[in-house]
Ligand binder design. Structure first.
Ligand code: TYM
Length: 332
């Protein structure tokens, strides 16, 4: 079976609707046909300052949401990155193959560093994409399902794999980005030309998986819509309404065309009231299941430790081969 691998940062406690529709929903489908590896990149999270107690809490909360959203820990390999030391070990080797200029061209680094002020950004933030390449290459996946915003990072991992192979001999499978369809990209409810993001300036444009129904309803009802009255999908002309239709379509399983026909002659307000219900109905079982899982953190930790052991058994042979090819002496 072919393998896929992906991860989502635990940087906010709750995943948002963009993470859910753009990533988690696809992962759950992929785990049926692929050998799937899903992890929580907590090493990546500390590239920006984190409160230790909060980080631990957010890592568990993220794991709970993976499972509540449908990732099956018996079928997929589910683990926390810091529990598999091979990630940091391979990252070092790859750091030594990455050009300074090459790393400087990573657009996500440039964005994040400029937000923080270039001088206060950490070196970890700078080498973030190299650690991501290590995450990927350790497991020799065929595909890396991510949103468009992660394409450059997957391409770097492919370049590094190729470079390592040509310098030291065939070692890595070249991973391909599995970029989700444009229809899986979710935009900020208050600013529907920007992607929904946990680093948005206001939380008004976000729907979080763990929000209670009253909050979800309020956010959807106050979503920015467009001038005019027609409920029609038009990404350029009507970004607000189009975003609402995308969410509606994915969560209800009904096509956009069908929804347009249903809402012909009706008002934006009707669409929002119905959509709020659809979102609440879709997310409530996920939130409840996540809460159940979080009520027993010891059991969750045990599950994650089991996942980490499985992950190590896949990662260790790759790292051993890399070490040998680079010329490191065997430890035994
Ligand atoms: P992260 O945590 O920013 O995002 C996780 C996934 O969610 C997708 N996504 C969205 N999809 C649709 N609409 C949105 N508004 C939206 N916002 C986010 C992202 O494209 C992504 O697929 N660097 C990665 C984490 C990572 C990783 C890896 C991923 C670390 N190592 C190895 C794959 C393989 C990140 O920050 O994703």
């Amino acid at each position: 079976r072919q393998r896929v691998l992906s991860g989502m940062q635990p940087s906010a406690g709750s995943l948002h609707l963009g993470n859910y529709i753009g990533a988690l929903v696809q992962w759950v489908q992929l785990q049926e046909a692929y050998d799937a590896v899903f992890f929580i990149p907590d090493l990546h999270a500390i590239t920006v300052p984190q409160d230790p107690t909060e980080l631990a809490h957010r890592t568990r909360t993220t794991a709970a949401q993976y499972i509540a959203g449908g990732v099956d820990p018996d079928r997929a390999t589910l683990f926390v990155q810091s529990q598999v030391p091979e990630h940091a070990q391979l990252a070092w080797v790859l750091n030594c193959l990455t050009g300074f200029g090459e790393a400087s061209r990573m657009t996500q680094f440039k964005d994040k560093a400029s937000k923080q002020g270039a001088d206060s950004a950490s070196v970890g933030l700078f080498t973030y994409p190299v650690l991501q390449a290590a995450d990927i290459l350790l497991y020799q996946p065929d595909g890396v399902p991510v949103g468009e915003d992660q394409r450059q990072h997957v391409e770097l991992s492919r370049d590094l794999a190729q470079r390592f192979n040509s310098r030291f001999g065939e070692t890595f499978v070249l991973p391909r980005p599995f970029i989700q369809k444009e229809s899986a990209k979710i935009y900020d409810l208050q600013n529907p030309t920007a992607k929904m993001s946990k680093s948005a300036s206001s939380s008004g444009g976000l729907v979080n998986l763990l929000d209670d129904p009253a909050v979800i309803t309020k956010r959807i009802k106050s979503a920015v819509t467009d001038t005019g009255t027609e409920i029609r999908f038009d990404r350029e002309g009507k970004p607000g309404v189009s975003n609402l239709l995308t969410v509606y379509s994915v969560l209800s399983g009904r096509s956009i065309t069908e929804l347009e026909a249903d809402y012909a002659g009706r008002m934006y307000g009707h669409l929002k009231v119905d959509l709020a219900e659809v979102v609440v109905e879709a997310l409530t079982p996920v939130r409840r299941r996540a809460e159940e899982l979080l009520a027993d953190p010891a059991e969750l930790d045990r599950l994650l430790a089991k996942g980490a052991a499985k992950a190590r058994s896949m990662a260790a042979p790759t790292l051993a081969e890399v070490y040998a090819r680079v010329g490191f002496l065997p430890a035994t």
